[in-house]
Design a protein around this ligand. Structure first.
Ligand SMILES: *Cc1c(COP(=O)(O)O)cnc(C)c1O
Length: 425
C-alpha cells in the first residue's frame, strides 16, 4: 500500500514515510492510493478490538516494514474496552476508556507503537512534537511516555485549557516535556509548523508531528466504526448510522473511509459546536472556512477543519450530500443537552458528546443510529457539574494526575527563536 498526496497523486510514499512526515512536502495530506475492499463475513463477530484491528489495518500497512509488527502494535495500543452502552434507549459508543479518557488515545497509541518500531534517526533520538488545545496533548504524551529513544514535546496555550487537562499534560515527567506557550492554540501550532520546516533543526533530530492529520492517527480510528457496523449487520442485516462530534474531522473521516472500504454504514452525521463551516457547506455547497469560535466543547473549536481536504479528495458535493449531514449547535444548546440527558437517563455526558445528542434530535428516526461519545465527562466537570448539580465520579486514570504532586512545564513566549533554543537544548 502506498500513500499519495491530496494535492499531487504523483507523490507516492510508503506508510512509514507518511507516518514520519505527517504533512506532504508541498502541503496536502496523505491518503491511501487505493482503498481495500473487505469481505464482511471475513470478520468473526466475537473478535476482540485488537484482533479486529489487525485484520482491518493489515492491508494499509502492506509491504511496509512495520507490517511485520502489526500484531504487537495492535495488542499494545488497544488494551482498553470500547463498549456500546445504552443511555435510555440510545446506543452510545464510549470511546473514552483509554489512559487519558478521550477517544484520541486510540489514534495516539497506535501512532506511538508504530513510531517506536520505525528505524532510528542518525542522531539517535526521535522527538515528537504536538500542539494541543487540550485532549491531543495528554493522549500523545501518554502514548509516548517512557518509549525508548523518544522525547515528546507538548505545546499548550497557557491558561486556555481546563485544569484537569493541564494536569494530564504536565504530570508525566521522564521523556515528556510540557511547554506552556504565552499565546493561543494557533500560536502553538505555528511554532510546531516552523520547527518541522526548519532545516537546521531537522539536521539534529528526527522530528515527528503527532497532530491529527497524521495518517498513523487516522487509520486506527476506522476500527470502531468498521467493527460495530459489521457486527450489527451480520446479526440483523441492517446498516448502522453514526453521529460523530467533529472538530478537525479526523474521526469522522475515519468513519467515511470505513464506509468507503465496504463496511455497512448508512448515514454519517457530523455534529459540531458553534463552529459551523461543515453545516454551512452541506447546506450551500460552498466551502467557507471561518475564524475559530471558543465554545464549551473546546476540543472541537476548529473554524477550518483540515481533514476536509481528504473528504473532497474522495467525493463530490452531490455524493457527499447522499449520506453525510451536519448540525451545529451553540453553547446554550450544549448545556440543555447535558441537562436533559442527565434527567432522562441519569448519565453524565461531556460537552462534545452533547453536540451529538443535539444532532440526534434533528435526524430521521428510520436509521439505526449510534451516538459517538468522545470524552469522559469528568474531564469537563467545571461545565457539567454545575448544570446537573451532582459530582461526577472521577476515573482512576484521571485521579492519578490529580494526586500527582510534581507537575512540570516550561513557559515559552510565542516567539520561534525562543522555542528553537528550548528545542535544541
Ligand atoms: C478531538 C476531539 C473531538 C474532535 O475530533 P476530530 O477528529 O478533530 O473531529 C471531539 N471530541 C473530543 C473530546 C476531542 O478530544
Amino acid at each position: 500500500m502506498k500513500y499519495v498526496s491530496t494535492r499531487n497523486k504523483g507523490l507516492c510514499v510508503d506508510f512509514t514515510t507518511a507516518l514520519q512526515t505527517g504533512l506532504c512536502p508541498q502541503g496536502g495530506l496523505y491518503v491511501p492510493q487505493v482503498y481495500p475492499q473487505f469481505e464482511l463475513t471475513g470478520f468473526k463477530s466475537d473478535q476482540t478490538f485488537s484482533a479486529f484491528a489487525k485484520k482491518l489495518l493489515a492491508p494499509f500497512l502492506n509491504e511496509d516494514p512495520l507490517s511485520a509488527h502489526i500484531s504487537e502494535i495492535c495488542d499494545q495500543a488497544f488494551n482498553f474496552p470500547v463498549p456500546i452502552i445504552s443511555y435510555g434507549s440510545v446506543p452510545v459508543l464510549e470511546l473514552f476508556h483509554g489512559p487519558t479518557s478521550s477517544f484520541k488515545d486510540i489514534g495516539a497509541r497506535f501512532l506511538a507503537e508504530c513510531v517506536q518500531r520505525t528505524p532510528r534517526s542518525t542522531a539517535g533520538r526521535k522527538t515528537v512534537l504536538v500542539a494541543t488545545s487540550g485532549d491531543t496533548g495528554s493522549a500523545v504524551a501518554g502514548a509516548f511516555f517512557q518509549k525508548q529513544d523518544t522525547d515528546v514535546m507538548v505545546l499548550f496555550p497557557k491558561g486556555k485549557i481546563s485544569s484537569r487537562q493541564e494536569k494530564q499534560i504536565t504530570g508525566w515527567g521522564h521523556n515528556v516535556m510540557a511547554i506552556s506557550v504565552e499565546g493561543t492554540f494557533d500560536d502553538c501550532q505555528a511554532l510546531v509548523k516552523k520547527a518541522l520546516n526548519d532545516v537546521e533543526v531537522k539536521k539534529q533530530r528526527l522530528f515527528i508531528s503527532a497532530n491529527s492529520i497524521n495518517i498513523g492517527r487516522l487509520l486506527p480510528q476506522m476500527i470502531s466504526y468498521s467493527k460495530i457496523s459489521n457486527e450489527h449487520f451480520l446479526k440483523t442485516k441492517e446498516k448502522t448510522g453514526f453521529i460523530i462530534p467533529s472538530g478537525n474531522l479526523g474521526h469522522s473521516m475515519a468513519a467515511i473511509w470505513a464506509r468507503h472500504c465496504g463496511f455497512p454504514i448508512s448515514d454519517i452525521v457530523l455534529a459540531t459546536n458553534a463552529n459551523s463551516a461543515l453545516s454551512s457547506y452541506l447546506q450551500t455547497g460552498q466551502w467557507l472556512p471561518k475564524p475559530t469560535l471558543a465554545t464549551l466543547a473546546n476540543a472541537m473549536d476548529v473554524g477550518s477543519p483540515s481533514n476536509i481536504e481528504r473528504l473532497f479528495d474522495l467525493y463530490s458535493y452531490e455524493e457527499i450530500k447522499k449520506f453525510i449531514s451536519s448540525y451545529s449547535c451553540d453553547d446554550e444548546q450544549i448545556q440543555k443537552e447535558i441537562v436533559s440527558v442527565f434527567k432522562e437517563t441519569g448519565k453524565f455526558i461531556c460537552p462534545h458528546t452533547a453536540t451529538a445528542f443535539y444532532a440526534r434530535k434533528q435526524v430521521s428516526e428510520k436509521v439505526n443510529w449510534v451516538i459517538v461519545s468522545t470524552a469522559h465527562p469528568a474531564k469537563f466537570e467545571t461545565v457539567v457539574e454545575p448544570l446537573v448539580q451532582e459530582k461526577i465520579k472521577v476515573p482512576s486514570v484521571i485521579q492519578k494526575f490529580l494526586d500527582e504532586k510534581n507537575h512540570r512545564s516550561s513557559i515559552c513566549k510565542s516567539d520561534y527563536s525562543i522555542f528553537k533554543k528550548i528545542l535544541l537544548a
